[in-house]
Design a protein around this ligand. Structure first.
Ligand code: ATP
Ligand code: MG
Length: 574
């Protein structure tokens, strides 16, 4: 039974269905521009577009809004498709706005003929200056009332390659005094000489977003056109063009309706493909899939699961208020998912040697590790125990405070899944650094044996020195020091004269990546494949990086076991 209340968009859709609108059809689309990789913000749009279609037996299509050849590329088309599939969605049809270039062109010609559009030869700065302000009417272009035949001829030239970029545009002739600035004779076509990634040099005149988007929705039969709030002010224009398109024609009677919802905005995270592209091009990150990137491929490589992202999006919901969501919520979603599914293993990230002085040299024991206490059907795997072990550096302290329940001289701890041991001392190098810890084990206390339930306060994990594999572990932290880097970027750019990249560099967390090259993991991990998920016991969730090989294992930290975001905020502020 549905117990969650429906968001405002779904309520509207249900009402439309109840009223019998669109013959009961539900058709949505996800319309990315192929000018970069998808980020977590897009996941919010994807979950809505595809989710509603799925739930109401509708159709969701993928439409590439490819009207700007200078920024677009097939690489992005392919990556976008991969990421949508990874999230768990499948589009019914794959469409391209460029498939409608002819239809859009024909419509533009019609608009010119009917006196709704004209070719303007003024430079873009002049056109911009004539726009006016919301309270002050704009100025009409001297070309506004030129003869239809002249505009038609020039529009043809705009598309033949004879006209240079920026020399002419086609403008809709609407109303230079309209309080909605988008109605002040918006530019609907411009000249672009860069070959298009699909249509090559077939076109030189390209439709603008506002002219392509609504019509594309209409051509496809979209019923519910969902997008983010910045398009609220574009909606009247969207409707205006569709009205003109249908006017006096015997066209299909349906019409798409646009509804806007709030963008996803995460704290300590910068979205927007334009900014992410800068990070990639400047080498600030290693690529679109750098695990610190908020791209879907970045999250994937970091070890996030599709379910965790979908659950997170579901939790934050859809409203009409600009929000700043807490990254901790996303992290808790991945923790929840991985807790249920990740295999438990041991890894020592900062190793120090532990020698059990009363354990026979050369002896080994095979112990069993429960793969996942949350899911006993996941079975067990073996781990080997011996006299020479690795433990975490900070699991030993020579002079420990009272509440330190780990390894300190005179105190007992349990070695996880093995024995209780009592620490007897340590050996240091010439700099005073502890290089070896000594302890004695109690043979009566092996886990699982009768009488082994003697309680000690601390349990630490370990690996047998002779039975483990070296690995590299990459620890990630937030990329940005600013809680709202989007606003931070705007602020810095306003405060001083610098480029966006320089402004970004001022907000970067210098400790966003820590590489530990001398870690140890269980041999069980030797055949782990990229994207396999694990819980390193007591440390966190990790996944195998794509650069990992059997000879050189590399793991990425997906998340710590407990929320570290709150703590980090405190540290950065203090
Ligand atoms: P960006 O500003 O990051 O480049 P965009 O809006 O240009 O993103 P598009 O490819 O044009 O990206 O957008 C595809 C769809 O994703 C649009 O419907 C857009 O409204 C939606 N979208 C983009 N960013 C977000 C976000 N942060 N939250 C929710 N939806 C988003
Ligand atoms: Mg865009």
């Amino acid at each position: 039974m549905e117990t969650k209340s429906l968001n405002f968009i779904e309520q509207k859709l249900v009402a439309d269905l109840a009223e019998g609108k669109n013959d009961g059809r539900v058709q949505t689309r996800f319309p990315p521009e192929p000018n970069g990789y998808l980020h977590i913000g897009h996941a919010k749009a994807i979950c809505l577009d595809f989710g509603l279609a799925e739930k109401y037996n509708g159709v969701c299509n993928l439409r590439f809004d490819d009207t700007n050849p200078t920024k677009e590329d097939m690489e992005y088309v392919d990556a976008i498709k991969e990421d949508i599939r990874w999230l768990g969605f499948q589009w019914a049809h794959e469409y391209y706005a460029s498939d409608y270039f002819q239809q859009l062109w024909d419509f533009a010609i019609r608009l010119i003929r009917e006196g709704h559009a004209y070719v303007d030869e003024q430079p873009s700065e002049v056109i911009a200056a004539q726009k006016g302000t919301p309270t002050q009417a704009g100025v009409e272009s001297p070309f506004r009332n030129r003869p239809v035949e002249e505009s038609l001829a020039l529009f043809e030239k705009m598309n033949s390659g004879e006209i240079d970029e920026g020399k002419m545009v086609l403008r809709a002739k609407i109303d230079m005094a309209n309080p909605n600035m988008h109605f002040r004779d918006p530019i609907i076509y411009r000249v672009v000489k860069t070959p298009h990634h699909r249509t090559g040099n077939r076109w030189y005149a390209y439709p603008m977003y506002d002219f392509a988007h609504g019509q594309s929705d209409y051509f496809e039969g979209v019923t519910h056109s969902l997008c983010t709030l910045e398009f609220v002010v574009h909606r009247p224009l969207y409707d205006y063009f569709i009205d003109l398109l249908k006017e006096g024609r015997d066209l299909d009677d349906h019409r798409p309706r646009q509804t806007e919802f709030n963008k996803l905005n995460l704290n300590y995270t910068l979205l927007s493909k334009r900014n992410l592209l800068l990070l990639v091009n400047e080498g600030i990150v290693s690529g679109w899939d750098d695990p610190r990137m908020p791209t879907l491929c970045g999250f994937r490589r970091r070890g996030y699961t599709p379910a965790s992202i979908r659950n997170f999006v579901d939790k934050i919901g859809y409203t009409t208020y600009d929000a700043l969501n807490d990254f901790a919520l996303l992290e808790s979603a991945v923790r929840e998912d991985l807790n249920a599914t990740a295999t438990r293993v041991s890894a020592v990230l900062h190793p120090v040697k532990l020698t059990l002085t009363n354990y026979p040299e050369g002896k080994t024991e095979v112990l069993q590790v429960t793969n996942n206490p949350e899911d006993l059907s996941a079975g067990t795997h073996d781990i080997i125990f011996s006299r020479d072990l690795w433990i975490e550096e900070d699991d030993f302290m020579e002079d420990a405070p009272k509440k330190y329940f780990r390894m300190t001289p005179g105190q007992e701890v349990r070695l996880k899944g093995a024995y209780i041991v009592r620490c007897t001392g340590c050996r240091k190098d010439e700099n005073g650094k502890v290089v070896e810890v000594f302890a004695e084990y109690d043979p009566e206390t092996r886990s699982g044996l009768p009488g082994a339930d003697r309680k000690v306060k601390g349990t630490i994990h370990w690996l047998s020195c002779g039975h483990c594999q070296q690995a590299e572990v990459r620890l990630y932290d937030r990329l940005w020091l600013e809680e709202n880097p989007r606003d931070g970027l705007a602020r810095i750019l306003e405060e001083r004269q610098c480029t966006p990249v320089e402004a970004m560099r001022q907000m970067l967390n210098p400790h966003s990546l820590e590489r530990l090259t001398n870690c140890y993991v269980e041999p069980f991990l030797a055949d782990a494949k990229p994207l396999n998920h694990f819980q390193f016991q007591r440390i966190g969730y990790f996944c195998v990086d794509k650069e990992s090989t059997p000879e050189h294992l590399v793991f990425n930290r997906t998340a710590t076991l407990k929320d570290s975001w709150g703590k980090l905020v405190a540290k950065n502020n203090g």
